[in-house]
Design a protein. Sequence first.
Length: 204
Amino acid sequence: MLSLAAYVICPVVSAVVAIILGLSARRTIARSNGTRTGSGMALAAVILGVVHLVLVMLAVLSLVVFRSDLNDWFNELTDRRPVAELTTGDCFNDATIGNSTQVTDVFVVECTTSHEGEVFLTGELPDEPSTPFPGSGPLGQQVAAQCSAGFEDYVASPYDDSIYGFTALSPSQDAWRDGARWFVCALVPKELTSSAGSARGTGR
């Protein structure tokens, strides 16, 4: 029973108690000259207690070794956000591409963890609601110009000297037709697929 309790109630304490009592019971049975039985059950208690202690130690070791990965996974699991709702300083992973090949939403994560992008500028384009969709190319160029202008202020480094590039995100044609005029500028590493730590003011 104690070994079973070790799996449910108090893993370490119950497992240690099961091992101690199991060993004690085996010694008592061995000295009884056959008047007492249950050596097999006592041995089972010891084995189950030891196995459970090993499993607990492996679980703790896994938490220590993979803590960063678990934090990344938890953050990603709990904060998926549409691109239009991103704010300056947000870091993100796993961008979802919509049918129009444009990013629709991302997982927002802590910038101290590994991330694929970091928002350095957001805003609204000045176009009136009645303005026809300019096309993906011209719209991308318009947003890229905004991103270029804001790059050095955020990173504290000229674009050509920086380890970062940027991607310019803007509404799809359907979203534009519905009145969306937002834009988002996100830093991405020029050579690596991800980075850790904020780029704000680093001069990198």
